[in-house]
Design a protein around this ligand. Structure first.
Ligand SMILES: O=C(O)CCC(=O)C(=O)O
Ligand SMILES: [Fe+2]
Length: 243
């Protein structure tokens, strides 16, 4: 399996694995996601999502058992050593219609500092940004635990272009991993576009089916953000015995 880090314009903390799953596995995952009960979906302004495994919280996540179809994929990602000797215990499913995206953000301190993203259904382009300054905290913070949308200070949008330093093409069925400073320091986001024209900023183009200059129309893309939440509440159930 090809998990060589990309040593080009980005630090060696980004991994791209084309065809991590088969077409049959992709169809199966899409089917399971689509057939999840309606209340499992949370509609946000620019995408909808499903949260699995519990709601990450600074005081600890009350963990919920993952369904077998997600547990299997979590095991496969964990077996790569993505989370050290820990196992992924949390999955966020994001569904993007063409024209939808996610604002530049960081994933925050509630997760083990490695994020893995499995892309199904259609491709996307993930863009990476320098933080506003090395000393200040990033302009946006993703607090997916409570489904809050990333926020952005007034005037920050115009500066994103100048802070953009690399992009990754995430083809369907691929797995993307980022860790270390790519997780803790830099921001990532997806532009709200209906198609992507691939330019020289795509650092993983050599591992992709497409070429620089191609324009790819976006279909409905579902991504599975697979992470490890270290702070899990150990619930103790006390059973009172009465005489
Ligand atoms: O859809 C993606 O690939 C990115 C999702 C993301 O950044 C997140 O869930 O925090
Ligand atoms: Fe993210």
């Amino acid at each position: 399996m090809d998990i060589c880090p990309l040593l080009l314009q980005v630090p060696p903390t980004v991994y791209y694995i084309p065809d991590f799953i088969t077409e049959a596995e992709e169809s199966y995952l899409l089917h399971r996601i689509e057939s999840s009960p309606k209340p499992k979906w949370t509609q946000l302004s620019n995408r909808r999502l499903q949260n699995w495994g519990g709601l990450p919280h600074p005081k600890g996540m009350l963990s919920e058992k993952l369904p077998p179809w997600l547990d299997q994929i979590c095991a496969r990602v964990s077996d790569l050593g993505a989370f050290g000797d820990k196992r992924a215990n949390h999955v966020l499913v994001n569904e993007y219609q063409p024209g939808q995206g996610i604002m530049p953000h960081e994933d925050g301190p509630l997760y083990y500092p490695t994020v893995s993203n499995l892309t199904v259904g259609s491709h996307s382009v993930l863009k990476f940004y320098h933080p506003v300054s090395e000393k200040t905290s990033p302009s946006t913070t993703e607090t997916m635990g409570d489904h809050a949308e990333p926020t952005q200070p007034v005037g920050a949008e115009s500066s994103f272009d100048s802070r953009h330093f690399a992009s990754m093409l995430l083809e369907r069925r691929s797995l993307f991993l980022m860790r270390d400073e790519m997780y803790t320091k830099y921001l990532h986001g997806i532009d709200e576009l209906r198609s992507d024209t691939l330019d020289k900023n795509i650092v993983n183009i050599d591992r992709c089916r497409s070429n620089i200059g191609n324009t790819l129309e976006r279909g409905v893309r579902v991504s599975l953000t697979i992470r490890h939440v270290p702070n899990v509440l150990k619930t103790k159930i006390f059973v009172g015995l009465r005489r």
